[in-house]
Design a protein around this ligand. Structure first.
Ligand code: GRG
Length: 305
């Protein structure tokens, strides 16, 4: 009997988070790699501060579990997961900057620009962004060239102007011109959905999956992205209610529309249930092997942090 199969969902999430953190710690060492000239210790310290500071590691988990479901190589999955987490952490470091959300705390600790300084935080984000592509391109990732190229190409599209960065730009613009419902959906799909979609597609690419499976996992990732965002918007509402009389959540004061503010809490909860069902149907062809990913969809839809 495969003992890992018996693990609870929480234990599996925790185990993956620890494995990815250990790999990230190794990748963020101060020893230069072949071809590098040097690694400034204070910049490496700032990068480690922004990466090795907890976090749910949901995107890495989606990569790892997709690869496990499809029978792909775990070592490569961990490296792809680490690359994706570098991008996610870079986005958080830059999002926290005074020019963006101006946050002092992230994952319960001082943000990188507070713990270091603004210029160092910008550079730490820049270096993490570049490092992600280095991790994917490196021969240590032990995947065929074609798979590594696809992983790099798709990550560029997910993280760049047509994905996360573009979504952030739309979000900043939305503070001046409120988007309509279609605009909100597009903004969210780009800003937060694109990396979650990539996580599942990357799992399929890492496993050498056929085009049909890649399309199925890409769709699964889109559903995860929608559920993540809806749950996030619900959390905003519930945390605002919980802090009634105190300062409301950052986004609440910005007058930004969300699907929850348009359709209400009950409709959002009903939509979340539908999304989890859709996710489960998509993974039916994988039988029991898809169980953990369906659990992940449920976890994301009902998360409270
Ligand atoms: C600055 C280029 C640039 C992009 C920023 C994704 C993003 C774009 C900003 C994040 C802002 C934010 C806090 C959005 C809410 C949803 C979100 C991405 C939350 C953080 O993700 P989690 O919950 O965080 O997976 P952990 O800490 O668990 O990794």
């Amino acid at each position: 009997m495969d003992m890992a199969h018996e693990d609870s969902f929480a234990a599996r999430l925790d185990g993956a988070a620890r494995d990815v953190a250990a790999l990230l710690a190794a990748l963020l060492s101060e020893t230069p790699l072949e071809g590098e000239i040097g690694r400034p210790p204070h910049l490496m310290q700032a990068m480690r501060h922004g990466v090795l500071n907890g976090g749910k590691r949901l995107r890495p988990f989606l990569v790892i579990e997709t690869v496990r479901m499809l029978g792909g190589p775990r070592d490569a999955a961990l490296r792809v997961a680490a690359a994706l987490e570098c991008i996610h952490c870079y986005s958080l470091i830059h999002d926290d900057l005074p020019a963006m959300d101006d946050d002092d705390l992230r994952r319960g600790q001082p943000t990188v620009h507070v713990a270091f300084d603004e210029a160092t935080a910008i550079l730490a984000g820049d270096a993490l962004l570049t490092m992600a592509f280095d991790i994917l391109a490196a021969p240590e990732t032990h995947l065929p060239d074609q798979a590594r190229l696809a992983l790099i190409g798709q990550l560029s599209r997910a993280a760049g102007v047509g994905g996360m960065v573009g979504g952030q730009a739309l979000d900043l613009h939305a503070e001046r011109v409120a988007p309509d419902e279609a605009g909100i959906v597009r903004l969210q799909a780009m800003k937060t959905g694109a990396l979650l979609r990539y996580a599942c597609a990357a799992g399929a690419l890492t496993s050498g999956a056929d085009a049909q499976t890649l399309a199925r996992m890409t769709r699964f990732g889109e559903i995860i992205g929608l559920a993540f965002q809806l749950a996030d918007d619900l959390l905003d509402v519930t945390s605002d209610a919980a802090t009634l009389g105190k300062a409301a959540g950052k986004d609440a004061g910005r007058g930004k529309g969300t699907l929850v503010s348009l359709h209400g809490v009950d409709a959002a909860r009903a939509r979340l249930d539908t999304l989890v069902q859709e996710a489960a149907v998509l993974l039916e062809p994988f039988g029991d092997a898809g169980h953990t990913l369906v659990e992940t969809a449920r976890f994301i839809a009902s998360r409270d942090r």
